[in-house]
Write a protein that binds this ligand. Structure first.
Ligand code: SF4
Length: 98
């Protein structure tokens, strides 16, 4: 009888690979003085921790590890707080399943 070995989600995510498009971030945060509640929420809800507060209290993004889940797009794109696009073909995340 085979024994199933549980794998942690962090270990599965580690299998993913990213091809960064230098100088062409696919997500941008609109310049702001202080973040709206939704923009601020991105520092807590992004599963890849792409958003963080800088020393001035503004939200910044480093989209290199983005999983393209769309959470930030749903929360902030319509209001114009962020500009969201898919990476160019061949760039971005490469999912590895199994
Ligand atoms: S699409 Fe998902 S993973 Fe990428 S920056 Fe937005 S919330 Fe984070």
């Amino acid at each position: 009888m085979k024994t199933a070995i549980a794998e942690r989600i962090e270990d599965k995510l580690y299998q993913n690979r990213y091809l960064v498009d230098p100088g062409r971030p696919h997500i941008k945060v609109r310049p702001h003085q202080s973040p709206s509640p939704n923009l601020l929420a991105l520092t807590r809800v992004c599963p890849a921790n792409c958003y963080e507060l800088n020393e001035s209290g503004q939200v910044e993004i480093t989209p290199d590890g983005c999983m393209e889940c769309g959470t930030c797009r749903v929360l902030c794109e319509a209001s114009g707080y962020i500009e969201w696009n898919y990476p160019r073909g061949g760039f971005g995340i490469l999912f590895k399943f199994g």
